[in-house]
Write a protein that binds this ligand. Sequence first.
Ligand code: C2E
Ligand code: MG
Ligand code: MG
Length: 632
Amino acid sequence: MNIQMQVCGLIILLLILYFYKRQDTVGLYTEALFRRALYTCMGCLVLDILSVILIVNQDRFPGLLVRAECKMYLVSLVGTGYAALVYACADVFSLTKMNGFVKRMGFAVAAVGVVIFLLPIHIYCEGRNVYTYGSACIATYIGAVTLILVTLFYTTKQGNGMNPGRSRAIRTWMVIWLVSAVIQLLNSQVLLVGFAGALGIFILFFELENPEANIDRKTGFFNARAFTDYVKYKYNSGEEVAGMLVSLDNAHSSDIRIEHMADIMSEVTELIRRIPETKKFKTDDREFSLVFDNTEQMERAYNMINSRFQREWLEEVENITPVSLQPYYVMVPSGRVADNADEMLGFLRYFRAHIIDNPESHVNVIDENSVAKKKERDAMLATIVTAMEEDRVEVFFQPIYSTHTKKFVSAEALVRIRREDGSMIPPGMFIPIAEETGLIVRLGERVFEKVCKFITEHAPEQYGVEYIEINLSVVQCEAKSLAKCYSDIMDRYKINPAFINLEITESASIVMRKTLLDNMKALINYGVSFSLDDFGNGQSNLNYIVDMPVHIVKFDRDMTQAYFVSEKARYVLQAATDMMQGLGLKVVAEGVETAEQLRELERLGIDYIQGYYFSKPIETNQYLDFLKVKNL
Ligand code: C2E
Ligand code: MG
Ligand code: MG
C-alpha cells in the first residue's frame, strides 16, 4: 500500500499537536485558525489513509461505502485548502471584513463539496498501486487549486498590511501544495497531496505558530512580540482594552543593588503571576505589561502590586538595609484614550520614556491631556524633520564682548527653525525633543556645518572676530563618532580649528564621561577649544570643572542675574570667578541686560559679556552689519 507518505504526514501533525498543546497560548484569533487548519489537515490525512485501506480491501466492503469514503477524502482536501485560506486572511482583512469574505468562500467550498459527491469517481487498484480518478477528482483539483491561487493572490498582494514573515510562510506552503498537486496529476500513483498539507502545517508551526516563540523563558509569561499581537487582536475584534506597564527599570529606590534586584524581580514576577483577570507579558528586562478587559480590572491589579511596594523591601539576609522601591506605572484606561492598537502601544512606550524623564511621578495614567501633549510633541518632531529636509534650520549669532579689548571678539551660534510662514521657533521648543529622539545628532551636525560655511564665506576674522561658540548637546557627546565627524566637517570647509569653541554642559560631563573625554581630547588635539556652558544653573559641581579640559566657563543667566539681587550670590560669583581665573580659565557672563550690570561685571574682572544689552541673537547679515559698526 502506498500510504507511507500519509502516515509520515500524520506523525508530523501528531507531534506538532503534542508540542502545541504543551504550551500556553496567548488566545489570538490566528491561533484558533491555526488549530483549525491543523485538525482539518489531520482529518484529511486520516481519510486519505482510510480510503487506501478501503480500496485495497474493496472486495470486503460495499462499493458505495468505498466510493463515499474516497469522496469524503476529496472534500476534506478542499476543506484543508479552505482552512489555509482562512488562516492567511486573518492578517489581510479586518475581522468584520474577513467574516464576510470567509462566509462567501465557505458557501463556494460547500458547493464544490456537493458537486464532488454528485460526480462519479473511479478507483484504480493494482497490487500496491492505488489511486482514484474521474470527474469528482477533477472537480477536487479545480477547487483546491483555485483556493491555493486565491491564497497566493492575497498573500502576495502588496500593501495589504500583512506581516512579511507570515505571508512568506503561507506562500511557501501553497507552492509546495501546488507542486505536489501537479506531480500527483502527472503521476497518479504518487499520493503526495495529503503529505504536502502536513508539510505546510509544519512550516506554519515553526515559522509562526510555535507557542514557545511567544513565551518569555525566564518568567513563563508571554513576551513582547505576543504583547503587540495580542493588543492588535483585541482592538481588531472591537473589544475593550486597558493596558498597564509596570517598569522596574530605573525604579526609585534608596539603595538597590544588583543582587537585590534579582530577588525583587522574582518576587514581583510571583506577585504578577497571582493577578487575576489579565494577560501577563514580560516586555523588557525589568518590565511587565498587563492587558485587561476594562479599567476596573486594571485598577484592582495596580492596587495589588502597589500594596506590596508600600512596604519596604526587607531582605531575609542579615545586614542588608531595607530598600524602599517604587516601580513606574503607565496606564492606558479602556475607552477613548487610544483609538487603535498602534496608538496604545505608542502611548505605553512614549509615556514610559517620558515618566523616566520625570522621576517625581511613579504613576502615569494617560488621559486626554497627556495625549494632547504627546500629539503636540509628535507635531514638533515632524516640524523638525521637515525643516531639516527643506533646509529651514537657521543659525543666529549672539555677539560676545571682550571686557579687555572692548571688541566683540566672539559670538554664540544659536539654532532656530524657520516656520513656513517665516516666523521662528526658538530652540527651547525643539531641542529637548530632538535630544529625546536622537535627532539632535543630525541637527547639531547641520548647525556646525552652517557655522563652518559662514566662517569660510564671510571670513569674520576681518571684523575682529577670534572664535565662534557652538553648543554641543549631551546626546552628541555620547556618540563616539563626534570628534571624527566634526573634524571632517572642518577639513571640508578648511576651517582653522582655533576659530571653533564648543560649548558643553555639566550634564554632559556626568553622563558618559569617558566618551565625552575621548571626544574632547581628540578635538583639542585637532585645535578646537571648549567652554563649559550654563555654570551655576543648579547642577554645578566644582570638581568637574577642575577635571574637565575646558578653556572658558560661562555663567548662566540666572547666576548673572542673581548677582544683582542677592548678596550671597554675589559672593559665590566673585569666588567662582577668582577660582576659574586662578585655574587659567576665561569667564563669560551670560544674560547681561543693562549698562549697569555690564559696568559691575567689568569691574569684577569678568572676561567676556554676552547678553541682550548688546544684542539678541541675530541673523547672519545683521550680525555682519553689527560687527562692521561696532568693531571696525
Ligand atoms: P544657551 O547655550 O545657554 O544660550 C544662551 C541663551 O540665552 C540663548 O537662548 C540666548 O538667546 C539667551 N540669552 C542670551 N542673553 C540673554 C539675555 O540677556 N536675556 C535673556 N532673557 N536671554 C538671553 P536661545 O537662543 O533661546 O537658546 C536656548 C538654549 O537652546 C541654549 O542655551 C542652548 O542650550 C540651546 N541651543 C541653542 N542652539 C543650540 C544648538 O545649536 N545646539 C544645541 N545642542 N543646543 C542649542
Ligand atoms: Mg550655549
Ligand atoms: Mg548658556
